[in-house]
Design a protein around this ligand. Structure first.
Ligand SMILES: Nc1ncnc2c1ncn2[C@@H]1O[C@H](COP(=O)(O)OP(=O)(O)O)[C@@H](O)[C@H]1O
Ligand SMILES: [Mg+2]
Length: 466
């Protein structure tokens, strides 16, 4: 891990932002403190100068000169830094200020002047000039060195406190960024392994306390789902191969026998007829798979219109009547009075009904009943039910029968490919219709199956998102 990488992490940038904010706050605090102290010191200085000037102005000429030249009062020694007497032409008479400060006016107001002493550094003086007895001018000044010292002191203490704090914050930033980078690095490694094809690999998600771990948890759940879906696809591939292999193997074995040339003409005809049946089964599997794919990929509902469910059901019942009769099953249709409109594709809905009735007839023993019923649901939608008195579907299998190639163990002896209900559910998804499976009656040995389809209101349905 390089330092450059660490410095580019979000954590480190956040640390930098905090450090800048810290320095900014300290500087602001210093500026505010300084300006307030300065204003206070100015006011105090000006008051002192005025008070002292008023006191000295009451003195006699000789006394004043003496006091100024000897600095004979406490105030003159401690509070006032500069004191002098000048005549009206600004010539020096007594005191330690030898030349008239430039810019000073005798107006009873305090002025600020910069004094340039011979050896020392220049300094700023608050200074006041007032006329006193004997045509003289009293000049009193007080330096602002206090503030300069205060500023120096504050700057020093600020540096002493801020530098270690900033260094500590930066160090924390680097350590935290280093840790974050380490975690991201481990995630990258896991992702690389997943991309290399190790689909069982998962991101280190820990106990999902922080946002990174929660994100990793979500990604892991997504990977679980993807792995499951890929497993399903692989299973479907295997199933297709398996389902095509059996009839094809039979065809091949028969043709082998026919090639040996020992079969009679009648036997040959039987071989051909059975082979055609087997090949038809292969074709029907392939056709059904292509059809499901086609319907699942359909984004648009071209050819959708309002169709009458009663009309379709009547057609289907007519079509399956002879088959039901051969199997000695009573096929009944309880039609709702009046049309039952749904918004959909007539041919696809015929496929749905044909598959449901075909299953019902297949899985019901002779002497049983298959009943078809339609109802308007009272809210603009419609309901279709196909019930039988057959072997039924156990609750734990009701989800699985919708999967491609799934066939219940009980139905192994009945011909079929296990694709019918997949086709039904693909078509119903396209129609936004809900399919439910239940027991048709309270009978343990022969519970029967009840397939219910709820269609949404027949006003045109919005296209599903692409
Ligand atoms: N009416 C029904 N009664 C009992 N089981 C059913 C019924 N319809 C479907 N099944 C079960 O669901 C499985 C899948 O049905 P389907 O997809 O139509 O395939 P197939 O009809 O080719 O077996 C069937 O094999 C059967 O086990
Ligand atoms: Mg079927």
């Amino acid at each position: 891990m390089q330092l450059g990488e660490v410095l580019r992490t979000a954590t480190f940038r956040l640390t930098l932002a905090v450090v800048v904010a810290m320095i900014g706050t300290a500087a602001l605090q210093f500026a505010v403190g300084y300006s307030q102290t300065k204003a206070f010191e100015f006011r105090r200085t000006d008051e002192l100068l005025h008070r002292e000037a008023a006191l000295l102005a009451r003195e006699q000429k000789q006394d004043l000169e003496h006091k100024i030249s000897e600095r004979a009062t406490d105030d003159l020694r401690v509070v006032i830094n500069q004191a002098a007497l000048f005549d009206t032409a600004h010539r020096h008479i007594a005191g330690d200020l030898h030349t008239w400060p430039e810019g000073l006016v005798v107006d009873g107001h305090v002025h600020e002047v910069t004094v340039l002493p011979n050896e020392d550094a220049p300094y700023i003086l608050r200074i006041l000039a007032v006329p006193v007895a004997g045509d003289r001018v009293l000049v009193l000044g007080r330096g602002l060195h206090m503030i300069a010292e205060w500023r120096l002191m504050m700057r020093h203490s600020l540096l002493v406190s801020i530098v270690p704090t900033v260094l500590f914050a930066l160090l924390c930033g680097i350590v935290l960024s280093h840790r974050a980078l380490g975690r991201v690095g481990r995630m990258h490694e896991a992702i690389d392994r997943i991309m290399d094809g190790d689909l069982h690999e998962r991101l280190p998600a820990g106990r999902q306390r922080d946002e990174m771990q929660r994100l990793a948890g979500s990604v892991n759940r997504m990977l679980d789902r993807l792995e499951h879906l890929m497993g399903e696809i692989r299973d479907v591939g295997n199933d297709i191969a398996h389902d095509l292999r059996t009839p094809l193997a039979r065809v091949r074995a028969r043709l082998d026998r026919a090639q040996a040339g020992t079969l009679s003409a009648d036997d040959l005809r039987t071989v051909i007829a059975r082979s055609i049946d087997d090949l038809d089964q292969c074709f029907s599997i392939i056709t059904a798979l292509l059809r499901i794919g086609e319907i699942e990929n359909a984004r648009r509902r071209v050819g959708f219109s309002v169709v009458d469910l009663n009309e379709i059901a009547t057609d289907i019942v007519d079509l399956y009547e002879p088959i039901a009769e051969t199997r000695q099953i009573r096929l009944a249709f309880h039609a709702a009075s009046g049309p039952v409109p749904v918004h959909g594709d007539r041919d696809l809905l015929i496929e749905v009904l044909a598959n449901l009735i075909d299953n019902a007839l297949k899985f019901t023993d002779p002497g049983g009943d298959v009943t078809l019923a339609t109802y308007p649901d009272g809210q603009g939608g419609a309901r279709l039910e196909v019930a039988d008195t057959g072997i039924g579907i156990m609750p734990e299998e009701r989800q699985a029968v919708m999967n491609r190639f799934y066939r219940s163990d009980k139905s192994r002896n009945v011909p079929g490919s296990g694709l019918g209900l997949s086709l039904v559910s693909a078509i119903l998804r396209l129609h936004n219709a809900q399919l439910t499976i239940a027991n048709a009656r309270r009978h343990d040995a022969r519970p029967g199956a009840l397939f219910g389809v709820a269609f949404p209101p027949s006003a045109p349905v919005a296209a599903p998102p692409a």
